[in-house]
Design a protein around this ligand. Structure first.
Ligand code: BEZ
Ligand code: FE
Length: 378
């Protein structure tokens, strides 16, 4: 996925040369046939063309029983094929894409989710997030990316406790309220916070076995939360893997503006995944993962008289939660703890390919011959 792909002649605008060749083969009298093959008049089997193969695939998949899966896959195939036709994808480029996706998969561990990073850097996570946010039933604080550094089982803290193991003189306070869309305080709401340490890295990037700069707080009777932390820094997303290679090949800086993540939940309300972006950061407008938005920019005030912990700079931000709809219960978050995604990943015990499904075996049995023997032996 380098710049040379985009510069290939015929990549945009004019009809790609290879398609013209196919079109010529479809002209009357043009015969595309290997020596020894049946002549067209006696061979009734269809020949796929770049124009007909998409419908053939969709037709074969039409037996998909799950209607939503059928819809999603049909649409994915249409767009995938259209993309390959539009750029006139060559075999060398196709295998390069396969190699890239293979490396992305190989980079994934319980502590690292390179596929989420890929989705983030091409704006897919932000798009899914924005679309999902529009479905909430009430006006509330907008969502932002969960990102790949969220972790389940974050420790609980008392109001005002420091979440950073080393504050290093850069302490700040976060305070405000969790409210309904109508402005009613929500006592007992869970406020999960996570961010980089003062060195600009998440705990999971330095040592996956310890938790630092993350914690869960519970709002008091007035819906108030109070967190003591350190000033977050803008940082590079992990650039040492295939996604980093792609970002660098595209000449992008690869940085996120300084931010603090929040995951806020209260019974009966839609869970809010969001982040506060620090005012004045130079990358607010060109976040490499398209997560920052104007309504989530927060100022660190040097001496806010309303701050419950005096003598420290602070951010004051109220969050509004929308009531939860029935649909919200099914849609899920954009993102997950990487450890949760890989948790069910049991290593295959069978050799490559495994045994054919029972239906295929029964079919072969009916037909007899060498194939039936092969199935019987399994
Ligand atoms: C983050 O906010 O931590 C993040 C989000 C997407 C990609 C990389 C990092
Ligand atoms: Fe982050």
């Amino acid at each position: 996925m380098t710049g040379q792909w985009a510069r290939r002649p015929g990549a945009a605008g004019a009809r790609p040369p290879q398609l013209d060749t196919f079109a010529a083969l479809e002209q009357p009298g043009a015969e595309r046939r290997a020596s020894g093959a049946l002549p067209r008049e006696t061979n009734q089997m269809r020949a796929y063309t770049p124009e007909t193969i998409t419908d053939a695939v969709i037709e074969q998949m039409s037996t998909t029983s799950d209607p939503r899966m059928k819809q999603v896959m049909e649409c994915a195939i249409k767009h995938l094929h259209a993309f390959a036709r539009e750029v006139n994808l060559t075999p060398a480029e196709w295998i390069k894409g396969i190699e890239f996706m293979t490396k992305v998969g190989q980079m994934c561990t319980p502590a690292r989710q390179e596929f989420i990073l890929l989705s983030d850097t091409v704006g897919l996570s932000a798009l899914v997030n924005i679309m999902h946010d529009k479905t909430k039933v009430e006006e509330a604080t907008s969502a932002s990316l969960l990102g790949p550094f969220f972790r389940e089982n974050t420790p609980q803290f008392a109001p005002g406790e420091q979440i950073a193991k080393r504050a290093d003189g850069a302490e700040i306070v976060l305070f405000g309220r969790v409210l309904s869309a109508k402005g009613e305080p929500l006592p007992g709401a869970q406020v999960t916070v996570w961010q980089t340490a003062a060195d600009g890295r998440y705990d999971i990037q330095t040592d996956a076995s310890t938790m630092d700069c993350r914690g869960v707080f519970t709002t008091d009777a007035g819906g108030n939360y109070l967190v003591r932390t350190v000033r977050p820094l803008g940082y590079y997303i992990p650039l040492d893997g295939p996604v980093g290679g792609m970002v660098q090949a595209q000449g992008r800086h690869g940085m996120r503006p300084a931010h603090i993540h929040f995951l806020i939940s209260a019974p009966g309300y839609r869970e809010l995944t969001t982040a506060l972006y620090i005012a004045g950061d130079t990358h607010l407008e060109d976040d490499v993962v398209f997560g920052a938005s104007g309504d989530l920019v927060a100022e660190i005030k040097p001496a806010d008289a309303g701050c419950p912990i005096q003598g420290l700079p602070s951010i004051n931000f109220d969050f509004n939660l929308s009531r939860e709809s029935m649909a919200d219960k099914l849609t899920g978050r954009v993102g997950a703890d990487p450890g949760q995604i890989t948790a069910g990943d049991v290593k295959a015990e069978k050799p490559y390919g495994g045994a054919p499904p029972a239906s295929a075996a029964a079919e072969a049995e009916k037909k007899g011959g060498i194939l039936a023997g092969l199935f019987r032996g399994r």
